[in-house]
Design a protein around this ligand. Sequence first.
Ligand code: CP
Ligand code: NVA
Length: 304
Amino acid sequence: MRSLITGLEFSTDEYFEILNLAKDMKNNPAKYRTNLQGKGIVSLFEKPSLRTRITFEMGMYRLGGHSVYLDQKNGEFGTRETVTDYARNMSRWCDGIVARVFENKTLVDLAQHGTVPVINALCNLYHPCQAFADFQTIAENYDDLSKVKLAYFGDGNNVTNSLLITGAKCGTDVLCVCPKGNGPDVQVYEAALEVAKKTGAKLAVTDDPMAAKGYDVVYTDTWVSMGDDTPLDKVKAKFMPYQINSKLLNDTGIKHVLHCQPAHREYEITSEVMDGPCSIIYDEAENRMHAQMAVLSTLLNQGV
Ligand code: CP
Ligand code: NVA
C-alpha cells in the first residue's frame, strides 16, 4: 500500500504522471466525476488550515467521494487513544488517511499500523501536496520543467524541503536563499541531492540574495512556521534582506512569484508583489485542489 509522506516514494515518471493527471483534471473536470465514487477519506488536522482542508474536501467531492474532517477538539491525537488504534479503526471505514501533524513520525506510525494510504497534509519536515501544486503552477508557465530555475527565499522549512525533493525529481534547479543557520533540513537536502544526480537538477543553498540573478521563479513562505510562537517582529531584522519585493524582482530579473500562503504581507512578501503582475500565487492556491485530486486518485485507486 503506497502512501505520500516524504515525496521520495514516487519516481520521476510518476511525478510527471501525477502532474499530467492534475492538468487534465483541471481542464476536463467532467471526465473525473465518478473517479472516487463510493470512496472516502478522513482528514485529521493537528494544526490550522484554510487551503489544505478545503481543497481536500472539495477535491473528494469533485471526484465523487466523501471526506470526513477531524480536528483536535475531538480529543488530542494519540492521547484519547493511541495512533495505532486510530490507524486500525480508520482503515476499517476509510480508503485513505490525510493528516496534518506536528511530527513526521505520526504519519509513519499511521502508515505502519493502518492498511490504507496515508497522505501528508504538512508535517514538521515536508509539505508534499503543496509542492505538487507548486510544480503544476510552474508547468503552466514554462513548457519544460528541466529548464526552469527556482529560487526559494527565507526560512528553510517543510515547504523548502518539499521543493527540493520535487525539484530534484522533476529536474528543476532549486536554489535556497536563506540566512545562515536557517537553511533546509540537512538530511532532506542530502536525499534530494542523491535524486538530483539522476535528473540533472542543480540544488544549492546560499545566504546571498543576488545568487538568484537570472532565475525564473521566486518562492517564499512565512519566516515562522506553525507551532513556533516566536513573534514575526522578533526575526524581522534577520529575514528582511530575504523579503520578496519589487527591488528584488528588478535586480534579479525574476518573472514569476509563488507563495504557499498564508502570507504575512510586508514581512516575507510585499503587497505590491503579491498583488502585482508577476504573482501566480492564487493559481498556485487553486492548483492545490487539482494536484491533490491527482494524488488522491493515484493512491486510492491503487490496484483498481
Ligand atoms: N498552504 C497551505 O498549506 O495552507 P493552509 O495552511 O491554509 O492549509
Ligand atoms: N511553513 C509553513 C507552511 C504553512 C502552509 C508552516 O509550517 O506553518
